[in-house]
Design a protein around this ligand. Structure first.
Ligand code: DX5
Ligand code: ZN
Length: 223
């Protein structure tokens, strides 16, 4: 069963409360909150105060994606604010094992992400310490970019390495590439532009569920 993480980078920030309730009612499973420092990525977005404001509005899990240098400085701030999943980038931490341990000890699930140019196998020595692998399917920094097809191979590679935790994919995910991601072994689909710009968000989420949750009988998918 695939879970949908609605990426609020694509939401109408002037009506965030309404957007959050709409996504809940439509059937999304969690919210994805992008944090950007303008250094690791060429954009700036969101901080702990937005996470705590979201926490007051929703009971769905908050999946916080830190695209910042030296993220270990902010672990406690984001978890105190209400992050349920806290993901750091492999490229930004000096001591990944210690960072993941700190996240778990502070009470959140520990995630690691890799940029498209980073070999996913760098995570192999750490798999027991990771609750969630976030595979970037675009260069981090902006929503609305095109999905990179080699993401599928990265998802397969990390599954084939024996990883049993969550695999999340992020960037350019839509109804067309979702089935292939699911077949590759993805559990959580971050959806920004395709979801928030859908004319009928309820119908869009129903389509995602139909693609990813339909019952199987003798290997035949029942419509
Ligand atoms: C990009 C962010 C993504 C982004 C995805 O750096 O990490 O979470 O919001 O947005 P879409 O679905 O529009 O590619
Ligand atoms: Zn993200």
């Amino acid at each position: 069963m695939i879970q949908i993480a609605a990426s609020i980078l694509a939401a109408d920030v002037m009506h965030l409360s309404r957007e959050v309730h709409l996504m809940e009612d439509a059937g999304c499973d969690m919210f994805h909150i992008d944090v950007m420092d303008g250094i690791f990525v060429p954009n700036i977005a969101h901080g702990p105060s937005l996470v705590s404001a979201m926490k007051r509005k929703t009971s769905l899990p908050l999946d916080v994606h830190l695209m910042v240098m030296r993220p270990e400085r902010y672990i406690n701030r984001f978890i105190d604010a209400g992050a349920d999943f806290l993901t750091v980038h492999f490229e930004t931490v000096a001591d990944l094992r210690a960072t993941l341990k700190k996240i778990r000890e502070a009470g959140a699930s520990a995630g690691v992400s890799v940029k498209p140019g980073t070999d996913i196998r760098v995570l192999n020595p750490f798999l027991d310490d990771i609750d969630l692998v976030l595979v970037m399917a675009v260069e981090p920094g902006f929503g609305g970019q095109e999905f990179m097809v080699d993401t599928l191979g990265k998802v397969q590679t990390i599954r084939a390495a024996g990883y049993t935790g969550f695999i999340e994919a992020d960037g350019g995910i839509n109804l067309d590439n979702l089935p292939a991601l699911m077949n590759a072994g993805m559990d959580i689909a971050v959806m920004g532009t395709s979801l928030f710009e859908a004319k009928d968000k309820f119908a869009f989420v129903r389509q995602v569920h139909a693609l990813t949750r339909a019952p199987f009988m003798d290997g035949v998918q029942v419509p």
